[in-house]
Design a protein. Structure first.
Length: 236
């Protein structure tokens, strides 16, 4: 046997004992996975802004930049969330218990959230114990301009929540909701008479300017609504 024949023979014998390894399977992909990872990796989803009931000014929550009255937004009312938030101090994420409008779930009752002993509540600006759980609405609102930056309008407190509830009520009964449209709005600062504080106090106004699809696109051609429908005289 030659000096080279033995190694070659051993190589052939060894190769016959090799186990065939299949090619690795590529991971499956899905829209559900995208949504899940966006929820895990993404940020808040939009610049949160709110109305200050003392100054009558809309401002972003993270940096206090004023959002001018007259700014136009698409109100994604079909993605509205309602519930409660509890702040836990600087650097600690808040506790949030909210339900989206299209979820088959009930907004929790206040007494289901805990912290029901009023003697343990923190002292508020009024000098009285203040409920740590705050009710609120949160409505995604892309700006209705070429940039389309996403904002989230947070309505907290009775007056601001009433403004959000009024907008939802107008949408609820409007015939254009039934053909899948959502309102384009602009923000204004109004006033209301306050018996508690005396005089007039600021309140937010969410004024409907027009209608678009739920993707923010101009609506397709739809049949002309009757004057009765436009005035919402017919309520289902």
């Amino acid at each position: 046997m030659s000096a080279t024949s033995k190694p070659v023979k051993q190589q052939l014998e060894n190769s016959s004992n090799l186990t065939t390894v299949s090619a690795p399977q590529l991971p499956t992909t899905s829209d559900e996975a995208i949504d899940r990872h966006l929820a895990e990796w993404g940020g808040s989803g939009g610049r949160v802004f709110a109305f200050n009931g003392s100054t009558g000014i809309f401002r972003t929550v993270d940096d206090g930049v004023e959002v001018p009255v007259g700014t136009r937004f698409v109100a994604f009312l079909h993605e509205t969330r309602k519930g409660y938030i509890k702040f836990n101090g600087q650097g600690v994420p808040p506790d949030v218990r909210m339900v989206r409008i299209d979820e088959n779930a009930k907004v929790p009752e206040r007494d289901e959230l805990g912290d029901n002993d009023q003697s343990q509540w923190p002292i508020g600006l009024s000098g009285e114990p203040e409920d740590p759980w705050k009710p609120q609405f949160a409505i995604p609102m892309p700006r209705h301009d070429s940039g389309g930056e996403l904002y989230v309008y947070v309505a907290r407190g009775i007056v601001a929540m009433n403004s959000a509830g009024d907008l939802l009520g107008r949408w609820r009964y409007h015939p254009k909701r039934k053909v899948g449209l959502v309102p384009v709005i602009h923000i204004e600062s109004g006033t209301y008479p306050s018996k508690r504080y005396g005089g007039r106090k600021p309140k937010p106004l969410l004024v409907i300017d027009g209608w678009v699809t739920k993707t923010g696109e101009p609506p397709p051609e739809i049949k002309q609504l009757s004057l009765k429908d436009e005035l919402n005289d017919s309520i289902d």
